[in-house]
Design a protein around this ligand. Structure first.
Ligand code: C5P
Ligand code: C5P
Length: 466
């Protein structure tokens, strides 16, 4: 059976169900999956309800209802089939829609997973959308949600744009529906709908541009020298999306010249970005990256349903609540990032790690680790540990690396799964980003074990970690 056969079979399974529960992950991708499938299912006239979980693990399994509804696990489940079996879920009552590494358990459940087909740049929201479209072609309006989920899960980051079937089918559907606008050669920069242009430039360090990255005053001067009008007559700062095409071109070409003058590559200066013309200008819902941050803020602050309501069109109460969470989310991530940089990481031969204790929620440490990596030794995977408020005996682990390191044989999912299971914990994820829960008493041994496993991974391809 090919991937599209699996998608079709899943849509048939859904269409035949009498009542459905969706169990989804709390991040941008998981929330997008839920919003896509719950709408597609409701449009079929099938009763559907949703449950969001931080992760499928023994602590959260009781949130999966013990009822006779058909259960769809989205953006999770592939790696936790043993937990589903332990809960007594029957093969015929479950569908897993995922993009994580599958770990077979006692029962192998029906699953639509893009990973075994080599689609490593498709997130679970992409898979969910393809199923929704197989249910009914009219679900093309949900392509936009899938774009947000994919961008939120970093599917566009390394390739400076979405690629493969996500680009060719899903983005194209969004464009056809007129809810997605593709900007082919946009500046590869975060905050283009909401941040003053100089802050957008200054907060970007990929690529790092001397005198501009991490330097808001420098960025302001740079724009001034180019003669770019940066403020309205009443003193409001313009954002990138408001500038004229000419201004944008001029800035990009001056940035390129600056990189070239410093002998740096211009490869990552431009990216394909995705805008949403039907959203209000200068709000974080105007482009996929900022929209995904709104969803992450909702999820990580335990209000994923608010994110889902926004995806379904609520621009009232839900949106106001999300704006508030977004402010907190950004502030705490900035704080965490600064904490990591100021405290410093401990470097072992193949991994750098830091334990942030109870200072930050376990739902955001992974995001902080990912952002810190570009400011640290990016050739060495980063491992971050923190306390879990619900269980003082556990630690949450998050790991992040980049494509260059993966190309040298590293697989964080394998390292984290293997090391955590040896100490009675459990973990999973992707080669590039993985996480686990481990017993607190095993902390140091666990870190050393991950270090050794990474060493073995590097050695297998004959590549050092420098
Ligand atoms: O569970 P999940 O796949 O949703 O984890 C998503 C997180 O993993 C993202 O927030 C991102 O930080 C990271 N990730 C990544 N690159 C990928 C896939 C995931 O950085 N290719
Ligand atoms: O939590 P974090 O953002 O670090 O998660 C990174 C990746 O690891 C995600 O894909 C997540 O689903 C996975 N993960 C997991 N088991 C855990 C924690 C995270 O599979 N206990």
């Amino acid at each position: 059976m090919g991937f599209s056969d699996e998608v079709k079979a899943a849509s048939e399974q859904i269409a035949a169900a009498h009542e459905i529960t969706i169990i989804s992950h709390i991040d941008a991708d998981g929330i997008s999956c839920e919003a896509i499938l719950s709408q597609a299912i409701a449009r079929q006239g099938i009763p559907v309800r949703s449950v969001f979980v931080r992760q499928l693990e023994p602590l959260t399994m009781p949130q999966v209802p013990d009822d006779s509804s058909f259960k769809i696990f989205t953006d999770l489940g592939a790696g936790q089939q043993n937990l589903l079996a332990a809960k007594g879920l029957k093969e015929k009552d479950v569908l897993i829609v995922d993009h994580h590494v599958s770990q077979p358990g006692e029962i192998t459940y029906p699953q639509v997973n893009c990973l075994p087909y080599g689609y490593t740049k498709m997130s679970a929201a992409g898979v969910s959308y393809l199923i929704a479209k197989a249910l009914d072609e009219a679900n093309i309006d949900l392509a936009k949600l899938a774009v947000i989920g994919n961008v939120g899960d970093m599917m566009a980051r390394e390739t400076c744009g979405l690629v493969g079937p996500v680009r060719e089918q899903i983005v194209e559907d969004g464009v056809r529906h007129r809810s997605v606008k593709v900007c082919k050669k946009d500046l590869n920069c975060y905050g283009t709908a909401t941040r003053p242009v100089h802050l957008s430039l200054a907060y970007n360090d990929d690529p790092f541009i001397k005198g501009i990255s991490n330097n808001p005053d420098g960025a302001k001067q740079f724009l001034k020298k180019l003669g770019i009008v940066q403020q309205t007559s009443d003193g409001r700062w313009y954002v990138w999306e408001e500038l004229s095409d000419d201004d944008r071109r001029q800035i990009i070409s001056a940035l390129a010249q600056q990189l070239i003058a410093n002998g740096e590559s211009v490869d990552r200066l431009l990216a394909e970005t995705y805008r949403f013309p039907d959203e209000i200008p200068r709000t974080p819902l105007r482009n996929a990256q900022e929209y995904a941050t709104v969803l992450n803020a909702c999820g990580r602050w335990t209000k994923p349903a608010v994110g889902s309501a926004i995806l379904k069109g609520d621009r009232g109460q839900a949106y106001r609540e999300a704006e508030h969470m977004l402010g907190n989310h950004r502030a705490i991530i900035r704080d965490l990032l600064q904490y990591i940089i100021e405290t410093g990481v401990t470097e072992l031969e193949h991994v750098q790690y830091i334990d942030v204790g109870g200072k930050y929620p376990d739902t955001i440490v992974g995001i902080g680790a990912g952002m810190a990596l570009s400011k640290l030794n990016a050739n060495k995977p980063i491992l971050i540990l923190c306390e879990v408020p619900e269980d003082k005996n556990l630690l949450k682990v998050s790991m992040r690396t980049n494509e260059r390191v993966i190309a040298r044989g590293v697989d964080l999912q394998q390292a984290v799964s293997e090391a955590s299971s040896e100490y009675g914990g459990s973990g999973g994820g992707h080669k590039i980003a993985a996480g686990a829960f481990i017993p607190k008493t095993a902390e140091q041994e666990f870190v050393n074990r991950v270090n050794r496993i990474l060493g073995e991974q590097f050695a297998r391809t004959g590549a050092g970690n420098r």
